[in-house]
Design a protein around this ligand. Structure first.
Ligand SMILES: [Zn+2]
Length: 553
């Protein structure tokens, strides 16, 4: 695909003149990516920028639009195209990939910063696109704390947000999925296949809760604007029968200082059986605990159903547990899923979750009974709640996946029951995950307890993962409670033999493939493409669709 360009910058006109020229879109992108973001950015930020820029340009190329080399379209610098090898690698490894929505290439916009809130395009421009929605952008907000950046239109990808996220381990696929709601990455300029079908399968297991964001900007807690680094989550319930999540906005979006309300209170979110309403940024200091937990904990309220009263403080009178069971289960599911999302966002786990009454016992919250005055009526407790969060975290975020049949392990693969250890040099459980603590690698073997979830392979960061259960101390062989984490099979090796050594696999070249891309996909690094060349006796890097290549193991 070619783009039509008219150059205006001196360094570009010196090379191309001032008339309209055509340039291969991939070569063009090698001069756009380093002009739009820093060449030194994390590779996933460069790839996200490459796909966003390619999508923008492909749409215009197809319409026959002549672009210029300024930010009116996209910045292009000939001098950078030649001396930015990392940007070139990002372009090469995503060759042909564009963002599509409902089968069509999206009209792809991005900006330096969105000020912490992605914008619905119809609120900024007259035209609305369904993939631009209002939501908080914690990445952009965090990046702005490190280095304040002026926000512009705020539609689509925030460059500082993407760079911050990539630096913190978020893969480019997830960065793009966040900024372009409901889109897919499609090969061959939109005419090929979806690039990561396994990732889409994974997404089907992800939380389904509905989140709406509407900050209580009149509340004095919001205007106090103190930030925290969340290290825990506090679960509350409202003790106000029948008032649902959305209704709390008008009740609490008031200023005590201005005499609009007699309460000084604010919480990060309310949820019910239908939705989660976020009312404060997650890293904003809330007023929900009545104690020091406000400095550390995100707080949310579970709304209680109608049809009963309170007496003597925290005693529910006339509460019909059977009648309310369906409501309770739906609200419970939303609460678990919200905790999963917050845990992933802030590197927390179920052990960091307490309810208000537990906070009181720890001396970090006021004397309230929630939620232990309510959960037991449905046979639950905070322990069972934490167990549900733990289970959902292990299964990729979905609540209560149905267990399914597990395939027979084939010889040489890591099957259920296998004893494994982390390969030396491993840093993360899977691409984009938290870092693996050193002792997990050096002190222990691990027992594989699960190889699928709901009958499907579990993929994280585009890697097939297995669940590691019990850990086994290398020094004396004693078994202990394990790390219970899904881990990329490729960073594990079996202990005690049993591995079948295959010398190669085969791969059929697809239309938009390059050797670099195949090496990246199959060997984990594009730079390893000479290994494929030597195994196949290739003397040039030219390959063609349908060609069958041996891939080293
Ligand atoms: Zn409470």
């Amino acid at each position: 695909m070619n783009v039509l360009l008219r150059m205006t910058r001196a360094e570009n006109t010196a090379q191309y003149g001032t008339g309209t020229i055509t340039l291969d879109i991939e070569e063009y992108l090698c001069g756009v990516v380093p002009a739009e973001v820093y060449e030194s950015s994390h590779m996933d930020a460069l790839k996200a920028q490459a796909i966003a820029a390619r999508t923008f340009a492909a749409k215009r190329a197809m319409a026959g639009t002549v672009m210029d080399d300024t930010t009116s379209f996209q910045a292009y610098r000939y001098s950078l195209a030649a001396k930015s090898p990392r940007s070139r690698q990002a372009v090469e490894e995503t060759r042909g990939q564009v963002l599509c929505y409902d089968g069509s290439i999206v009209d792809c916009f991005y900006s330096a910063s969105n000020g912490g809130l992605t914008k619905r395009s119809g609120d900024v421009w007259s035209k609305h696109y369904p993939y631009y929605v209002n939501k908080t952008d914690e990445w952009d907000a965090a990046a702005n704390v490190e280095k304040p950046t002026k926000a512009s239109h705020g539609i689509g990808l925030s460059q500082i947000g993407a760079m911050w996220a990539a630096k913190n381990g978020v893969p480019y696929t997830q960065i793009l999925a966040f900024y372009y709601d409901g889109t897919a990455i499609v090969g061959d300029y939109g005419s090929g296949d979806s690039v990561f079908p396994d990732e889409e399968a994974e997404n089907k297991g992800e939380p389904t809760m509905k989140l709406t964001v509407n900050y209580m900007t009149r509340n004095d807690c919001y205007t106090a604007n103190r930030k925290i680094t969340p290290s825990g989550i506090m679960v509350h319930s409202t003790a106000t029968p029948g008032i649902m999540a959305a209704a709390w906005f008008s009740r609490w979006n008031k200023s005590y200082a201005k005499g609009e309300t007699d309460r000084q209170v604010c919480v990060h979110a309310f949820l019910d059986d239908k939705e989660v309403c976020q009312y404060l940024p997650w890293n904003h200091r809330g007023w929900h605990a009545g104690g020091t937990a406000n400095n550390t904990h995100i707080g949310f309220e579970i709304c209680e159903p109608a049809g009963f009263k309170y007496s003597g403080g925290a005693t529910m009178v006339g509460y019909d547990a059977a009648k309310n069971e369906a409501y309770f289960r739906a609200a419970w599911k939303n609460a678990v899923e919200l905790c999963v999302i917050l845990c992933k966002m802030y590197g927390l786990n179920e052990g960091n979750i307490i309810c208000h009454s537990e906070g009181y016992k720890k001396g970090i919250a006021s004397n309230h009974a929630d939620v232990m005055h309510w959960f037991p009526k449905h046979g639950e407790s905070m322990d069972t709640f934490r167990a549900a969060v733990k289970k959902a975290l292990a299964s990729g975020g979905a609540v209560d996946p149905k267990p399914g049949p597990e395939p027979e392990p084939t010889p040489g693969t890591i099957g259920e029951g296998a004893l494994v250890e982390f390969k030396t040099g491993t840093t993360r459980y899977y691409p984009g995950s938290k870092e693996v603590p050193g002792w997990v690698i050096s002190d222990y073997y691990h027992r594989v307890t699960q190889v699928t979830s709901g009958g499907k392979t579990v993929t994280k960061g585009r890697k097939a993962c297995v669940l590691l259960g019990k850990k086994v101390r290398k020094s004396n062989g004693s078994e202990e409670a394990g790390i219970n984490t899904w881990v990329d099979k490729d960073v594990l090796s079996k202990v005690g033999g049993g591995q079948v050594k295959e010398t190669y696999t085969v791969y059929t070249v697809a239309k938009s493939d390059s050797l670099w891309g195949i090496a990246q996909k199959k060997l984990g690094s594009g730079a390893r493409y000479p290994e494929i060349m030597s195994l196949n006796g290739l003397f040039s890097t030219t390959i063609h669709a349908g060609q069958v290549l041996k891939i080293p193991k």
